[in-house]
Design a protein around this ligand. Sequence first.
Ligand SMILES: NC(=O)C1=CN([C@@H]2O[C@H](COP(=O)(O)OP(=O)(O)OC[C@H]3O[C@@H](n4cnc5c(N)ncnc54)[C@H](O)[C@@H]3O)[C@@H](O)[C@H]2O)C=CC1
Ligand SMILES: O=C(O)[C@@H]1CCC=N1
Length: 348
Amino acid sequence: MTSNLLKIGFIGGGKMAQAMAKGFISAGLAKGETMISSCHPSDVASAKAFKDLGAESLFENVPVVEKSDVIIVSVKPSVVPIALGDIKNAPDIKADKLFLSIAMGVTIKQLEQYLPKECRVVRVMPNIPALVRSGASVFVTGSKATDRDAQLTKKLLKSVGTCEQVTENLLDAITALSGSGPAYIYILIESLADGGVKMGLPRDLAYRLASQTVLGAAQMVRDTNVHPGVLKDDVTSAAGSTAAGLHVLEQKVRAWMEWQIVVVFMKCGPVGTAAHTDPPPQRVLINTSLFKGFSFWKLLCGGGWLQSANLQRLIWKELKGKLAQQFHFSCCARFKEGIVNTTTYKSN
Ligand SMILES: NC(=O)C1=CN([C@@H]2O[C@H](COP(=O)(O)OP(=O)(O)OC[C@H]3O[C@@H](n4cnc5c(N)ncnc54)[C@H](O)[C@@H]3O)[C@@H](O)[C@H]2O)C=CC1
Ligand SMILES: O=C(O)[C@@H]1CCC=N1
């Protein structure tokens, strides 16, 4: 029986939409035929992926809204105004429905502006392990979303992992931690396994051991409620092998893992708003250790202006090497007596 199941629509049928759709099917919350997706006409792979699930797959957004009870907006942030514009500009569309946007950096305010005024909006940050129902999701409700919408959002997201309601000011940091996080854990697994292979392990055994080790360690943190530092000490015998390994890792990995959260956080604001009319928020850098001798540098959200070109050059030199992708960001120097500089750069 499919008649009691919600009709779930995806505007954008890419990687994250497919992960959620497959998770909903495994959870019994949807069937292929109760879902519908749209994608760009050039994206035949995504269209096929949804068809393979038994879902309808289109190259138009308006019918997805018309045929669904809940619509998941799962296009890239820069495409959100275009895709939602299709809906706003459609004559006679009945859009008094719940829209869940998973787009990085696009705010509730923007979503409500892009959509027809009768739409109810929830902003979500899921992650890709939703595919195997081990996702970590959070959500924020928009101004017109009801308690029932919040309950429904929870039901959908809990079916594919954990789900917590948060406030919107936390979403960019959450994107950096759990939205992007799986990618960082994948390189950790890959590098653990590569190290094992280097020392003679068969590759398939190395991946099985590496992934189970990450899974088990994560479960220990989640289920025992013991501080990760204490758990780490339990593995580390005096003068043993783990201590030797940690000596290497502590020098680089810990600092870099924290640093990437700052970098992603900085990226979320400006990119999410790049295509929009709102002025991009000033995202500024805090890393007191980076700039030796300039211990007054702080991470700030806010603006200001600096006179020292030397300081600007120094920051830019530091950052350029660390930020692989092209984007705008602002650097801000804050002296003890107040903010003295903000400059917007474009990396290349
Ligand atoms: N991939 C991930 O792990 C996560 C992604 N997200 C968010 O999910 C969103 C989608 O990301 P991915 O699935 O990774 O990207 P993707 O590139 O795999 O999917 C984007 C989809 O949008 C479709 N599309 C492009 N233009 C369109 C249009 N005008 N109308 C309708 N569909 C259109 C594309 O054909 C494609 O199917 C992004 O906003 C991202 O920030 C959030 C959390 C995790
Ligand atoms: O890379 C991205 O922009 C998206 C947001 C979180 C995970 N993937």
